[in-house]
Design a protein around this ligand. Structure first.
Ligand SMILES: NC(=O)c1ccc[n+]([C@@H]2O[C@H](COP(=O)([O-])OP(=O)(O)OC[C@H]3O[C@@H](n4cnc5c(N)ncnc54)[C@H](OP(=O)(O)O)[C@@H]3O)[C@@H](O)[C@H]2O)c1
Length: 231
């Protein structure tokens, strides 16, 4: 019997930070990866580093565009034949305060963090149902406790709710659902380097832990803070 094909993990927000670190960890564990984000150059560079088109695909996708998300899934299936896990991870934050930030930035953040994650679920669920696969979604500590004046925190509360809504919706299909809820992680998410933060690798390890469980075990949430974070 030939070896079964390596499993396939699709990641949005793969060009940087947590998504890129997860792609590296997944490749090291033998997964093939489909890397989606808007920065095609960075994705191509990462895909080359991870072994090229037999094992890593670079897919330009703006998660706020349904056509992009559909193409991302179709291209992954055409190249790899299946999607065993999808990590809806694309997102960004903004300044706290309801009189801060621009209304246009608010709109983009809500569309990316909430609508974009919902579109990724919608686009990937048929393939995940076929593979009896695994859906993972990046929420945040900010999706578990409200931060003052933070519309970002409100978007992540919506993402936390989306994870549980998807889990209930997919119950009985064999698809597992995991919410990843990081505290402060040292990534380009922040304009200024945070002190005493987690590393992007720490979150990648949490993702790989959830993925490595037996098919009958669904790790529903992983809330992970650096040791020094109080809030
Ligand atoms: N860093 C933290 O402390 C922290 C804590 C809790 C949760 N999180 C969450 O973790 C996730 C990853 O963030 P990170 O810390 O790794 O930050 P990051 O390094 O800035 O990565 C964000 C990723 O999202 C992608 N992205 C943004 N808008 C997009 C869009 N419209 N379409 C497709 N991709 C888009 C970016 O790629 P392009 O710009 O190339 O599109 C990038 O790959 C986010 O959901 C964030 O809210 C981060």
């Amino acid at each position: 019997m030939p070896d079964p094909s390596p499993p396939v993990l699709l990641i949005t927000g793969a060009s940087s930070g947590i998504g890129a670190a997860t792609a590296r960890a997944a490749r090291a564990a033998g997964w093939r990866v489909a890397l989606a984000a808007r920065s095609h150059d960075r994705l191509t560079q990462l895909a080359d580093e991870l072994g090229g088109e037999d094992s890593a695909l670079a897919l330009r996708c703006d998660v706020t565009e349904w056509e992009d998300q559909q193409r991302m899934v179709a291209d992954t299936l055409a190249a790899f034949g299946a999607i065993d896990a999808a990590f809806a991870n694309a997102g960004f934050g903004g300044p706290r305060g309801f009189l801060k930030d621009t209304t246009e930035h608010w709109r983009e953040m809500i569309l990316t963090n909430v609508y974009g994650a919902a579109l990724t679920i919608r686009a990937t669920v048929p393939a995940l149902t076929d593979s009896r696969g695994h859906l993972l979604i990046t929420s945040s500590v900010a999706g578990r406790r409200v931060l003052p004046g933070s519309l970002y925190s409100c978007t992540k509360h919506a993402v936390t709710a989306m994870g549980e809504a998807a889990r209930q919706d997919l119950n009985g299909t064999g698809v597992r659902v995991t919410l990843i809820e990081p505290g402060m992680v040292d990534t380009p998410f922040f304009d200024n380097k945070p002190q005493d933060a987690l590393r992007d690798d720490d979150i990648a390890a949490a993702v790989m832990y959830a993925l490595a469980q037996p098919p009958t075990v669904d790790v529903n949430e992983i809330l992970i803070r650096p040791i020094a974070q109080d809030g």
